[in-house]
Design a protein around this ligand. Structure first.
Ligand code: IPE
Ligand code: IPE
Ligand code: MG
Length: 256
């Protein structure tokens, strides 16, 4: 008589063990083109700077949320190598917001345990911004865990050219040999050295293009496009993007 009883118990144990709750597949690295600030302001009859301000708020919200759901890297496109073509007052507004953000970050990143890294050709920024970037990098080196990468004066082609120049210089110096260059080696010369490629790239605001964002790193990224403008992009929008990503089958050129 003890047989069936035991069997029932073991069956129950077995069932519990055999069907663990599947942890949701959260990407390691998500990248976002923070686009649509201007249109957001226009819709509300506000000046463009108000849109950029609201966009900076969205970034704070999404960075905190990304950290809370277990992402390791969030990379955002804040200012492209082409954005210098805009009127000087708009460029100044954006640089002013960046400065404000960096100053706040210097005060709060240690408390929030958020590492911050700036990607792009920072040599074109004002000496003040370069110094703030240097200080945030310094603080980041003492922090573990979640990392936010902010792309400023970033262009995918510019990044590849910079990498090629540095590699060529190493060849001239005899440190490297052209015929030995691999994809992994070349990646070390990019601004994103040490950061895994993004699994998911999000572009809000309805535009269906990369606009020179992460050209090398996006080789096998999943893209998610939405008409929502960046200042309106909130936690639930990120959830939707991740849910879409989770339904996709990634093959990397192989076959299942
Ligand atoms: C993104 O918003 C911010 C930057 C490119 C710096 P936009 O300013 O491009 O907004 P739209 O595309 O005009 O709406
Ligand atoms: C891409 O947006 C760059 C950033 C969001 C920083 P843009 O507004 O500059 O891109 P285009 O001009 O629509 O392609
Ligand atoms: Mg735009």
């Amino acid at each position: 008589p003890i047989g069936p009883g035991l069997e029932k118990i073991t069956m129950r144990l077995f069932r519990k063990k055999a069907a663990p709750a599947q942890p949701r597949r959260i990407p390691t690295h998500i990248a976002i083109v923070m686009d649509g600030n201007g249109r957001w302001a226009k819709q509300r009859g506000l000046p463009r700077p108000a849109g950029h301000k609201a966009g900076a708020e969205s970034f704070r919200t999404i960075a905190n949320y990304a950290k809370s759901i277990g992402l390791q890297y969030l990379t955002v496109y804040a200012f492209s190598t082409e954005n210098w073509k805009r009127p000087a007052d708009e460029v100044n507004t954006i640089m002013g917001l960046l400065k404000q953000y960096m100053l706040e970050a210097i005060d709060s990143m240690e408390r929030d345990q958020i590492r911050l890294r700036f990607l792009g050709d920072l040599s074109a920024l004002s000496p003040e911004l370069q110094e703030l970037a240097r200080r945030t990098n310094e603080i980041s080196s003492h922090i573990q865990g979640f990392q936010a990468n902010v792309c400023i004066n970033y262009g995918g082609r510019d990044e590849i050219i910079h990498a090629a120049r540095r590699f060529a210089a190493d060849c001239v110096n005899g440190v490297k040999k052209p015929e030995e260059l691999t994809e992994a080696d070349f990646a070390h010369y990019l601004y994103t050295d040490g950061i895994p490629d993004p699994e998911l790239i999000i572009r809000p605001s309805g535009e269906l293009r990369t606009s020179n964002f992460l050209l090398w790193q996006s080789a096998y990224a999943e893209y998610y496009f939405t008409d929502v403008l960046w200042p309106d992009f909130d936690e639930s929008e990120l959830d939707k993007a991740i849910a879409s990503y989770q339904k996709r089958e990634r093959r990397f050129g192989g076959r299942k």
